[in-house]
Design a protein around this ligand. Structure first.
Ligand code: ZN
Length: 203
């Protein structure tokens, strides 16, 4: 016999389908929502729907944005000769928070991993290659994927693909803890990984 009414069960099921939210947390959130003012619940659902509707991918860097091109791509002060390739939109905000990097970004929205049958089209690598072909200003591509097997495979793959065109491909120094996400690295570690980046083009 079900423990909760069908609508509560449905709410818990929807919440627990979100990343990082297990069954227990989903139940806690569901009962928190049920105890909230109806107006507050409406604000919450409206902001979810509005974000989903308004936020799109920047046609240049593929980061999430309300306006296309995004504020970073349209900023005349940014260094257009460097593109940092990251896995997720969260990684962009991590690097922006650091105030150390002044170039542009490219968000992959995933990693390339032939062993797990993840193909190029699971990422925005095709858009990156097109971007590089039409932008002769770019001199360096910094691959800032996570320091795990998939992130490394993606970095080497990009180096092989891009280096022949004369663009230098670098990767963050491996000062980052192995297997850890860029998102969780502290600013100092990240800044020194950026400064000590290694050239992948000659390998
Ligand atoms: Zn952009």
């Amino acid at each position: 016999m079900a423990r909760y009414s069908p609508s509560i069960q449905q709410l818990i099921a929807q919440l627990s389908a979100l990343p990082g939210i297990g069954g227990k947390l989903a139940q806690r959130l569901a009962f928190h929502i049920l105890a909230m003012d109806e107006a507050k619940v409406q604000d919450l659902t409206e902001s979810i729907a509005a974000a989903r509707k308004l936020v799109k991918r920047c046609s240049i860097c593929q980061n999430y944005t309300d306006s296309d091109p995004c504020p970073i791509c349209s900023d005349a002060m940014r260094d257009k000769t460097t593109i940092m390739v990251v896995e997720t939109p969260q990684d962009v905000s991590t690097f922006e928070r650091m105030h150390e990097y002044k170039g542009l970004y490219h968000v992959l929205h995933g990693v390339f991993d032939p062993l797990k049958r993840k193909s190029l089209s699971d990422t925005t690598i095709p858009q990156l290659l097109e971007r590089l072909q039409t932008n002769s200003e770019v001199k360096e591509v910094i691959v800032a994927t996570n320091q795990d097997p998939e992130g490394s495979a993606t970095a080497l793959y990009l180096a092989r693909l891009i280096s022949p065109s004369g663009i230098t491909v670098t990767r963050l120094a491996s000062g980052l803890p192995m297997g850890s996400d860029i998102e969780y690295a502290d600013d100092l570690t990240l800044a020194s990984a950026l400064r000590g980046r290694v050239n992948l083009s000659d390998e």
